[in-house]
Design a protein around this ligand. Sequence first.
Ligand SMILES: [Zn+2]
Length: 358
Amino acid sequence: MGKLKLKPGVVTGNQLLELFEYCKETKCALPAVNVIGSSSVNAAIRSAREANAPIIIQFSNGGSVFNAGKYLDNTAEKAAIAGGIAGAHHARMIAEAHGVPIILHTDHCAKKLLPWVDGLIEAGEAWYKQTGAPLYSSHMLDLSEESLEENIEISKRYLQRLAKIDMVLEIELGVTGGEEDGVDNTEVDNAKLYTQPEDVLAAYDALTPVGNITVAASFGNTHGVYKPGNVKLRPDILKHSQAKVHADRKTATAKPLNLVFHGGSGSAPEEITEAVSYGVIKFNIDTDTQWAFTDPIKQYMDKHDAYLHSQIGNPDGDDKPNKKYIDPRAWMVLGEKGVIERLKRAFTELNATNQFDF
Ligand SMILES: [Zn+2]
């Protein structure tokens, strides 16, 4: 099979669906990196350029607020909406400048955060009217804290609206363990960490007639990086979910579901390969890229410590200026480089490097 040809800019609609199918056939997946501002967006796009593969750029609710400015009033999710819209426009512009295709997505949106996604959909509808394409490629609703019935019902309502502007909806079934962005699932009942294939089938039946979905199914995956503990990763749950939908609904393809791997940080290469072989097309990575950004900056601060105590005066002389060491660009670029290298490793482990043509 030839490499999939993609246009630079934001991948949406049918092209996105074609991309998911290609990933499943090729047994590759794309990293979905959580970004918090222009610096992390730029690093993500650069990594995609160097890996010759598209990247999924996602804003969480907290990341959107941060992008708008941490001190902006967030009443009725106004800051999160503004930050999410601004981030999408920045990412689109820089992706086009680099000649890179990206998928724009928003991460976990629990029931109480729905006004955030409402605001983004409104902006997406306006952008669609203006350009014929949505602002974001997809949004995620995480209603895993609600009952399955309510999860599916609310998801259906949102998907009806998203389908009209060629957007995809990511849903969560079962709970991702660990803690991220203020959502703490570290104490959750172990059984919930493993999605039941019956639940996946129920969601498939209710939602696929309405629009296109991706499914974050839980197979013991956790947010954050921890010492190996009592939760065991069971990627075979993904395999069984695909098999159940394929067998019960007699789908043309053996892997009818587009699956999402949350909590990818800290995963072993063989676990990643196995999950991808079962139809994972999106691999969320956050903690590892946070570390990749912070670690080189810590080293810079340590190395140049004597030049960072005041604006004037260092070991070279009491009257020597420290301007070039103080300039945040001097060390933020090191964080960006760290993220680029970490994401390039992710592309390789996901078998995505050089699989695309753009
Ligand atoms: Zn997640």
